[in-house]
Design a protein around this ligand. Structure first.
Ligand code: LHQ
Length: 258
């Protein structure tokens, strides 16, 4: 059975983590295959949005702990260096929006991979757990960077130390995720977001993603300069010309992602 399912439809790459009997916990094969698929998404002109979800009842339970316990395995440093750090870095550097559609429990690295995506939505039965503390680890996969920026230092600190489960509604209320959809409409509604993004000015969305990432490490003045630089790039795209033209002609814009 393939550990990652991959399908392109309506300019969206649908990626499904597929080890449902283990709540889609990452073994090495799945982590390397996800990286390969993210690279394919980056290289393809046809793909203008990426959608990541899990098969079965979970989203992802983080690292497969059976593999960690294996003495012939690659060890802690190897797992982060070869598996999780490249995954979250590829998501942040992907020049198109990435939607995490959290269909069930997201724990450990599984939670933090979801949280580094550009838009995170969840089904009402989903949950998020910074499970690391329960096995003596620290939050990784960018979690110590992402979570306090989403929900504030104090709440992040408590969730990371206590390892408490946060349900989807609570996650939405505290700003950890964008939106919750009822289970019966979750797939349809979350896919609608991805298809909408895929029809939008892709370069402009990439510059927005960059500007938001840079905002964390720049001053107000530097960020105004960054916005200026990125806005000039956005204004040089064919999609900007089409957007203005369509507005003036009172018609729907036909964006090409260029
Ligand atoms: C699993 C897992 C799992 C294997 C569920 N592995 N089988 C970085 C650096 C280096 C090393 C370590 O890792 C990392 C990054 C990390 O992600 S560390 C954090 C690793 N993840 C966890 O600690 C979470 C472990 N899982 C859980 O706490 C629970 O399974 C949660 C709360 C996610 C879900 O609980 P339940 O809904 O009650 O499901 P369950 O526990 O019954 O799990 C269903 C099956 O999935 C079960 O298998 P079985 O054969 O008994 O039916 C679990 O063993 C398996 N599974 N997570 N990470």
């Amino acid at each position: 059975m393939e550990t990652i399912l991959f399908e392109v439809q309506n300019a969206v790459a649908f990626i499904t983590l597929n080890r449902p009997e283990k709540l889609n916990a990452f073994n090495r094969e799945m982590a390397l295959l996800l990286q390969q698929k993210l690279d394919e998404c980056g290289a393809s002109h046809e793909i203008r949005c990426v959608y990541i979800t899990g098969s079965g009842k979970g989203f992802c339970a983080g690292q497969d702990l059976a593999e960690v316990a294996d003495p012939t395995g690659i060890g802690m440093h190897g797992i982060l260096k070869d598996q999780f750090n490249p995954i979250v870095t590829k998501i942040r550097k992907l020049e198109k929006p990435v939607v995490a559609a959290v269909n069930g429990v997201a724990a450990g690295a599984g939670a933090n991979i979801a949280l580094c995506c550009d838009i995170v939505v969840a089904s009402s039965s989903a949950s998020f757990i910074q499970a690391f503390s329960k096995i003596g680890l620290i939050p990784d996969s960018g979690g110590t960077f992402t979570l306090p920026r989403l929900i504030g230092w104090q709440k992040a600190s408590a969730l990371m130390m206590l390892g408490e489960k946060v349900n989807a509604d609570e996650a939405e209320r505290m700003g950890m995720i964008y939106k919750v959809f009822a289970d019966d409409v979750f797939e349809e509604e979350s896919k609608k977001i991805a298809v909408t993004l895929a029809g939008m000015p892709t370069r402009g969305l990439w510059y927005t993603k960059q500007a938001l990432s840079w905002a964390f490490s720049h001053t107000w003045h530097e960020q105004l300069m960054n916005e200026d630089k990125l806005q000039q790039r956005a204004a040089g795209t064919a999609d900007f010309k089409e957007g203005v033209q369509a507005f003036l002609e009172k018609r729907k814009a036909n964006f090409k992602g260029e």
